[in-house]
Design a protein around this ligand. Sequence first.
Ligand code: GLA
Length: 382
Amino acid sequence: MQNAVVMTLLSALAGTLGIAHSVSAAPARAARAAVFGHVGKDAVEIYTLSNVNGIEAQIMTYGATIVSLKTPDRDGHLQNIVLGFDTLDPYLAGVPYYGATVGRYANRIARARFTLDGTTYNLVANDGANSLHGGTRGFDKRVWRSDATASRNSLKLTYVSASGEEGYPGQLTAHVTYRLLDDDSLSIEYEATTTAPTPVNLTNHAYFNLSGDPTRSILEHKLTINADKFTPVDATLIPTGELRAVAGTPFDFRTEAVIGSRIDADDAQLSVGRGYDHNWALNAAHDNALRFAASLADPVSGRVLEVRTTQPGLQFYSGNFMNGKHAGQGSVYGYRTGLCLETQYFPDSPNQPAFPSTILRPGETYAQKTVLHFRTLKAPAN
Ligand code: GLA
């Protein structure tokens, strides 16, 4: 039975019984919610958020994942700009973080261990000797709980990570709130509290392809990154600790550059990353203010994505490990057909005292926000 019908019946019944209309004041659920599948006996829900201009985001509770994000091109044609899958099965079978919320610690921790307040914690090594994106079963592979306050354009998801899960200390309660705003932005807010000191680093791992056609590579996209420095890495993609100036290197995106124009340059950092897979240290002091991090433009569709964040770093990953093994929503996801702009703290911060601290202690609240703003270029670019 439709909700509206139930409401009308309850309302009529309340009227008959002389009860005030409190029933109809029940909080509105997200406009569209459906069951996407199951993990064991847990239902995985998928919510469709929308704004007044027709932008639409589908978010599922497995991994607090963005499944699709439809935005207009310069002619107003709505297309999906993040790579995803039509059913839950491929996500459960294991795909590399498509659209997912990544935690407890996004990115790498060297040798899968760190020492905090004199105790050494051993994590699960799932990337050679290192820990990547929270371990074998990180936040991307957990069913989050949706909050009853979900509305047409917002959804709050919660995951409680047990103490000791994947080796991390303290029970961590994490929230991710998605809001699709009428100014054509998707705001992603993260919050967490803990029962014991622990590193925390949460991000979203959407693979963008602004063309709306995932058979096209992202090498033609133009990228700007608001960073004078990046953190060079060793052969296992762990930062060496150096903050290196981007000036004069293929890592200089301070003015807009075509991604493919330097990706094959003879550069030691590009060769260890097999392309771009690095963290940029965003400009401006780290003061929790929302600031411009990056913008991405696709000259063909005219779509532009602008990223603002409170986080100090941005991992730009150019889809170098993509190999056509995964296909979804009608396309095979081939080499470099998606790129990630992961706002985050720097990789391996728990082992790098000079990097901004990622340690959350009891009584403190981790709070970060990233806003993705969508617009279009007015006229075809050359
Ligand atoms: C991250 C990493 C990459 C890769 C992808 C997933 O962005 O930095 O090296 O592991 O996730 O394939």
